[in-house]
Write a protein that binds this ligand. Structure first.
Ligand code: ARG
Length: 486
């Protein structure tokens, strides 16, 4: 016999059918109030809309509605100020709000749960939470995106080596470099927007799973809460967390992008690369090695990516074995969601500070730009212009590069006689026409690195996300670091 068997079971809204009180350990194991209290605003907002609907269809009198709305205001204040005692025997946020509502509104409060189940209620709260959190993270992402475009504008003519296989490949500009991350952020933004849409229908009215016999008006509740419509099958709806998975997928992919970017700057800020500098205010020291300055924020962005993937995969594993419809397992969706939202929010802020604060070590970059390789593809393409099939041109230039390397000559410095050893129709003084900046400028097609193309694209992105023309100009830019070409 349970040690709590002598207590009454009446404190539970569902206690009527039970002959003894719930075991305290069971209450402790099954409660969710310790974390779903975070949904109190959503829960109360949903209850307000639900109550208005009940009054509209005649299930509440105008007086009862007024009492309930006033009571909900009180409950919201209580939760906002942290006054409410959180009780495991009241299980979750839904029961806490209802209990406190009855306390404040009296008998009218006993009617709030008419035509509603905690199953459609929690589905509603979660949709409202996802939509609000996604909107907030979008704003944070937008600030990072703006910082990225600003920095790209600042470095629009700086020549950088671009890599494949972490080997120098071709010259690009700083504008093109930041533009690459801007594109990724733009896609992340669209994916987050997609998650907002996925959570865009109201689940309320699904009841426990099969709706209600009472004359509800689902569309009214939906429009009260800013949804574009209602879900179409209660049996599906109460167990549907696809929108949470969509959101966590979007956040995971964004963390993939931030993590790779962080890794790149961790590498680029080593003494060995020496290409990127972060200001002291963003660095941390070592407790033992006095000389150290470490990019911990970047490492933690990289590390916390794994945490967000854990939240996402945890949710998928949680969902994969569930039969229709609601199962209590679903209670475990919330901590993963909350954790991902908080983690991503921190990572977005840190990445923005890093972007705003970073500078390129331009002298160092000048020094490490490969002298014999970056323009090889340009030469091969010039040979194509002279009628040489690309595959042959590739081989010819390969031999020229080997020759230049052997003789420690920059490609741009190869005399005509040397070039003639490999191909007899180079124009006079050909090598002197080569330069990394010229190479960048020549690639002006859509998607290429030429400054004009990059700035055109920056304008499009700015227009799409922030509308209007970009506000950047030399004067509004951070003073650190150079924007000059090589
Ligand atoms: N705390 C529960 C959850 O988060 C709310 C729904 C409970 N429904 C139920 N029938 N026990 O999923």
């Amino acid at each position: 016999m349970s040690r709590d068997s002598k207590e009454t079971s009446s404190s539970k809204p569902w206690g009527g059918r039970f002959s003894e009180a719930t075991d305290k350990d069971v209450e402790q194991f099954t409660e969710s109030i310790s974390f779903d209290r975070r949904l109190f605003r959503e829960d109360i907002r949903g209850s307000r809309a639900h109550a208005r609907m009940l009054a509209r269809v005649g299930l509440l009198t105008p007086e009862e509605l007024a009492q309930i709305l006033q009571g909900l205001d009180r409950v919201e204040e209580e939760f906002a100020s942290g006054e409410v005692e959180l009780r495991p025997d009241w299980e979750d946020i839904h029961m806490h709000v209802e209990k406190r509502l009855v306390h404040h509104a009296g008998p009218a409060g006993l009617k709030i749960h008419t035509a509603r189940s905690r199953n459609d209620q929690v589905a509603l709260d979660l949709r409202l939470f996802v939509r609000a959190a996604a909107a907030r993270l979008t704003e944070e992402l937008d600030r990072l995106l703006a910082a990225t475009l600003y920095k790209g504008y600042h470095y629009r003519t700086l020549i950088l080596p671009a890599y494949t296989h972490t080997q120098q490949a071709q010259p690009i500009s700083g504008g093109y470099y930041f533009g690459a991350y801007a594109e990724r952020l733009l896609r992340d933004r669209k994916r987050i927007q997609g998650a907002i849409d996925a959570a865009g229908l109201s689940p309320l009215g699904s009841g426990a799973l099969a709706g209600t016999t009472l004359p509800i008006d689902r569309e009214f509740v939906a429009s009260e809460l800013g949804f574009s419509g209602v879900t179409q099958n209660g049996l599906d709806t109460v167990g549907d967390r696809d929108f949470v998975a969509d959101f966590l997928h979007a956040l995971s992919l964004m963390m993939v992008h931030l993590s790779g970017w962080a890794e790149e700057w961790i590498l680029w800020s080593t003494r060995e690369f020496g290409m990127v500098r972060l200001p002291d205010r963003l660095l941390t020291g070592s407790s033992m090695m006095p000389q150290k300055k470490n990019p911990d924020i970047l490492e933690l962005i990289r590390g916390k990516a794994g945490r967000v993937f854990g939240d996402y995969t945890g949710l998928l594993v949680l969902l994969k074995g569930l039969p229709l419809s609601y199962n209590r397992d679903l209670q475990e969706d919330k901590e993963a969601l909350f954790d991902a939202v908080d983690t991503v929010s921190g990572a977005l802020l840190m990445m923005r500070l890093a972007v705003e604060g970073m500078s390129f070590e331009t002298a160092r970059i000048d020094g490490i730009l490969s002298e014999t390789e970056l323009l090889a593809t340009d030469i091969a393409e010039d040979l194509v212009r002279l009628g040489v099939p690309f595959r042959e041109a590739h081989a010819i230039v390969g031999r020229i590069v080997a020759h230049a390397a052997k003789n420690r000559l920059r490609l741009e410095a190869l005399p005509d006689v040397d070039l003639a050893l490999f191909f007899d129709r180079f124009p006079p003084d050909y090598a002197s026409t080569l330069s990394p900046a010229g190479s960048v400028a020549r690639r002006s097609h859509t998607g290429g690195p030429a400054t004009e193309t990059v700035l055109q694209r920056f304008n499009e992105i700015w227009q799409e996300v922030f509308s209007g023309t970009p506000p950047w100009s030399e004067t509004s830019l951070p003073s650190k670091g150079g924007g000059r070409g090589r």
